[in-house]
Structure formats: C-alpha cells, structure tokens
Design a protein around this ligand. Sequence first.
Ligand SMILES: [Zn+2]
Length: 434
Amino acid sequence: MPHRDSFSLRRWSHEHWVLASLFASLAILVGTIVPGFASAMRGADAAANRSILPLALPPLQLADARANAASRAWQVVTVQSGQTLGALFEQMGVPATVMHQVLELPSARQALSRLRAGAELAFDLGEAGELRGLRFDRDEAARVEIVAANGDFKEKVIERPLERRVMIASGEIDSSLYAAGEKAGLGPAIINQMANAFSYDIDFTQDLRVGDSFQVVYEEVWRDGERLRSGEVVAASFTNRGKEFTALRYERNGKSEYFDLAGRPLKKGFMRMPIEFARISSRFNPRRKHPVLGTVRAHKGVDYAAVTGTPIMAAGDGRIAFAGWQNGYGRTIVIDHGRGYTTLYGHMSRLGKYKVGQRVQQGSTIGYVGATGLASGPHLHYEFRVNGAHRDPLTVTMPKPDPLTGAELARFRATTAPAMAQLKRVEDVRLAAR
Ligand SMILES: [Zn+2]
C-alpha cells in the first residue's frame, strides 16, 4: 500500500500498517461494520495494553556478558517513602564511604540525589558483601550501570531509546465520555487530555448528548518493544450536538498547546468557572437583598457554594494585585490580567502561596474556599471586571485569544497536516460504517 505513505506520521510502525490495512478492509466491508470496527479498535489497543511493564528492572540483556557470570545475583530494592539513600545503602550493608564514592560519578549523583519512592536499585554484592555493581534507571530513556574496578567505580549509561507510536480511535457517546472512551480502547489519561483540550468549548458535565462522537489520534510511548505508557493526544475532533470541534497539538515557544483548524488556541484567556466541584448559589444581580446585612445591595459577582478547602483557581494568566483581608470579602485575592481585565476571589479560608506582584498561570491554585468576611456559609465570591466595571462572569464576552499568523500559521498548517489527514480518515471510516 505505498500510496498510504503520504499519511505516515513520524514513525509508522508495523502495528500501524496492520491497523491501516484493517481500516482498508473495514472500508470495503462497510454495511456490516459497526460492531466490527469498534471491536477491532479495542482489540488493537488491548494487545498494546497487555505489554505494559511496571518500572521494574527487567533482566538486563544489555549488560556485558562477562559481567553477567552465573555467580552474580542482583538484588533489587525498592525505595520506600521517606527513605534516604543512606538508609537504603545501610540496609544493603554497603558502607557510607562506598556510597559517597559512587555519588562522585556524575550520572549517579544527578539521579540518586532525587530518587522517589517506588524507584528501584539493583545491587550486585560480592561474597564479602562488597559492592561490585549498581544499576538503576536514570529516567525512562537511560539506565546507568556502575561497576567496581580496581577500588574505584566506573559508570556506563545505556541509552534506551523511546519510540512514539501513533494510534487512532473513535467512538460515539451512549452514556458518558469515559464509557465511550473506554469502549474505544482509550486509557483514562488520553480521555482526560481530550476532555481538557475541549473543556473551553464543551461542558462535558452538561452539554454531552447521546450520539455525540469523537475521533482521536494519540501517541503511545514504547521502549524495547514494550508499551510504557500513553503519550499525548496529537489531534482530536469532537462532534457535540451536531457541531464539530477540532483540536490540533502544536508546539509554540517550546510549549504544546491545542489549536482549532484556523490556528486559534483552544485555551481561552479565561476559564468561565474558577472552581470545580461547586454549584452556583447566587448569581450576578444589581439589586439583591444581602443575605447577611438584609439590605438591598448589588451582588457584583457570582457565588459558588463548595466545601471549605476546595481549591480556587486563577481564571486566567496574570499578576497578583492584592492578597490579604478586605472588608466584607474576608481573605481575598485580586488578579490583574492586563488589558483592563481583573478578577476578584473572596471569602477564602486561606490564601495560596502567591504574593502580591507574582505572576500566576491560568488554573493555578490561588487559595481555598472558606467563609471569611461577611459570608453565611463557605463559598467563593467571584468578580470579573473590565476596565473597573463589574460584569457578569457567566455571560461576559471573553476576549478571544489571538490566532497564529504569518510564518507561524504556515508552520502550524504544515506540521499538523498529517494528523489532520489521519483524523479525517478515521472519521470517513466511521461515517461509512454507519
Ligand atoms: Zn457573593
């Protein structure tokens, strides 16, 4: 099928050829396809899932054959939570002086000084308990092997190249996004990424309808022929109540973001709700009777009732303009987002780690729900101001992010074209199969 070459994404593995031919035959078979298509997709992914390996150090075939003499027995130890490297070496009966010798090696110092609970180290101890060798994974793509030689230690870094394989899936909603994603063979990480990418346009808790559908092109990370984990969503489209949204991953200034077909970031300047797990308890209202004071007073924001301690997020990127106590509002944060936009968050039980003048990113936790100031119960009081005037955060027209232009737009179109084609093809097969 050489004509399919034009569709190849980065590395087009054997699996994909199989998958591609699968699609080809499915396309021919139309009519009888719907269940066949779904199970074929599931089957392909299930096969991949089967080979997930935990971070355990597999028997190392990469090691020098002589070093692997039968007399050697590697002991694998797992770093426990709160355990220091010193304690771990002590547990293995290796003196601190030897540990410090090992730590003089650059790779060892770098990796062993920031070991996490669950990481594994393999010790090769001699008859007298002396350290003959040590192995560990520096990261996903490199294993370090330290060998004793003439009273000193030498290190060897074994590169274990990662391979990113491109996968495709599609599905239709019959109950929830998660159920449909799972049915299509997607893991929770990929479903989450897809939901996040579209979260500015689709409210998955309220807008989802039976019959909504999606297509997704995503990566899986493989090493030495084993599937390690799922990678990133490369492209996705979601049809919600007849309207199609597309997300294309594109790297700008070293950061991966999702853009629509026109090259406009999906991530908006502001989140509509700066809090999760909350319900609206009071709306924006210019003539409301104040629940505590009993007088008629404009309610210049939206109240979200939530459990005390629920995290409150910065609605957009900006700079902390105020962090402290304000009459009535209790513990309060004000963020200046530039271009005349400011947001206020009141009644917090406690403030986050940000100080006045510090920059915050959209979605960062800036404080926690409470009932400080004049509040009848724990809630977030949220205000949105444009050039000093209060606006209803639920209905105000949010500023649109700037689309890519010029050379950047051209580069975007060129780099996302293969994923776009892939997405289109999955959709065509799905539609043909209906
Ligand atoms: Zn309020």
